[in-house]
Design a protein around this ligand. Structure first.
Ligand SMILES: [Zn+2]
Ligand SMILES: [Zn+2]
Length: 177
């Protein structure tokens, strides 16, 4: 599926009175995540999100909350896997962006903040969701994967293949021969 335009938030539209706060519900588009050479898409790819922002004098403190489900291939059995995520992130976006080169490397917020004062909520949301993913995408933590010999899905059937030969097994066979 083609990627949709990112959901953005124009920070220039908000009042810059220190302490001024706003809360809003938006439809947030979640772009796919590329992992281990595969595309993992959110289903649905647009979810309701809650945005709370407060102006502090030098910038906006913004909190974004949403729930989403990511779907794609299980790393062991290649069947569909689904990961449910509850994302709640917060970051600070300065009004005066430091000139390029003076930006602190750990200043992640600047990745999603454009020169014209718009914030790329979709990119921020995707990165926040990616950080919450488990280290392996599995259909089930107990997934048994595919038989290394015949390739059947061991969650569905037991194939009866011999376990892979190891040296102990070879010694036993020599004794029997
Ligand atoms: Zn699996
Ligand atoms: Zn087998």
């Amino acid at each position: 599926m083609p990627e949709q335009p990112a959901t953005t938030l124009d920070l220039t539209q908000f009042s810059r009175e220190p302490g001024e706060s706003r809360t809003m519900e938006i439809d947030l588009y979640l772009p796919p995540i590329h992992l281990a050479g595969q595309d993992y898409g959110f289903v649905p790819d647009t979810v309701p999100a809650r945005i709370a922002l407060i102006f502090t004098g030098s910038g906006f403190n913004i909190e974004m909350k949403f729930s989403a489900s990511l779907e794609g291939e299980c790393w062991r059995c290649l069947e569909p896997a689904r990961i449910d995520l509850d994302v709640d992130v917060q970051d600070f976006f300065e009004i005066e962006r430091p000139p390029v080169g003076e930006m602190a490397e750990e200043d992640e917020a600047s990745f999603w903040y454009e020169e014209d004062g718009t914030l790329n909520l979709s990119a921020w949301a995707r990165d926040a969701a990616a950080e919450q993913l488990p280290s392996k995408i599995l259909c089930d933590p107990e997934c048994r994967g595919l038989c290394p010999q015949c390739g059947v899905n061991l969650n569905v059937v037991t194939c009866g293949c011999e376990p892979p030969a190891d040296s102990r097994w070879d010694k036993l066979r020599e004794l029997l021969d």
